[in-house]
Design a protein around this ligand. Structure first.
Ligand SMILES: [Zn+2]
Length: 122
């Protein structure tokens, strides 16, 4: 198969046990190294509720982040099961501009919120 990001052909190593298991990853090891997933948490207090911003990448890359949907889903499922907070997804969060927006979301939902994002700009 070809890597969705760099388009180079690559092969996934398989063992006897997962030989017939369907693989969903379509990104080569080199691209995983080039665009490493580094999950960071930023916690802050809004007007009436708490907000946790979980970002997946440390830097902003010029790639289609949808290729990381598998990883995103795993993180989302983990967060959704975490506690009673509402989990929202934003492509990117800019703390200097989006704080008021996050405040409005939390007040609308009447709950603490967890924002899952690819990039957090500070
Ligand atoms: Zn690649």
């Amino acid at each position: 198969m070809n890597c969705l990001i760099c388009k180079r052909p690559f092969y996934k190593k398989r063992s006897f046990l997962d030989l017939f298991k369907e693989e969903k990853g379509y990104i080569c090891d080199l691209c995983y190294k080039r665009y490493p997933i580094k999950i960071t948490n930023e916690f802050f207090r809004l007007e009436n509720y708490n907000c946790l911003v979980v970002s997946i990448f440390e830097y902003e890359y010029k790639i289609n982040y949808n290729y990381f949907i598998e990883e995103y889903q795993k993180i989302y499922k983990r967060l959704a099961n975490l506690n009673g907070s509402d989990v929202l997804f934003f492509d990117s969060v800019d703390l200097t501009n989006d704080l008021e927006l996050l405040n409005i979301y939390a007040n609308l939902l009447g709950n603490n919120i967890i924002i899952l994002t690819f990039n957090l700009r500070k």
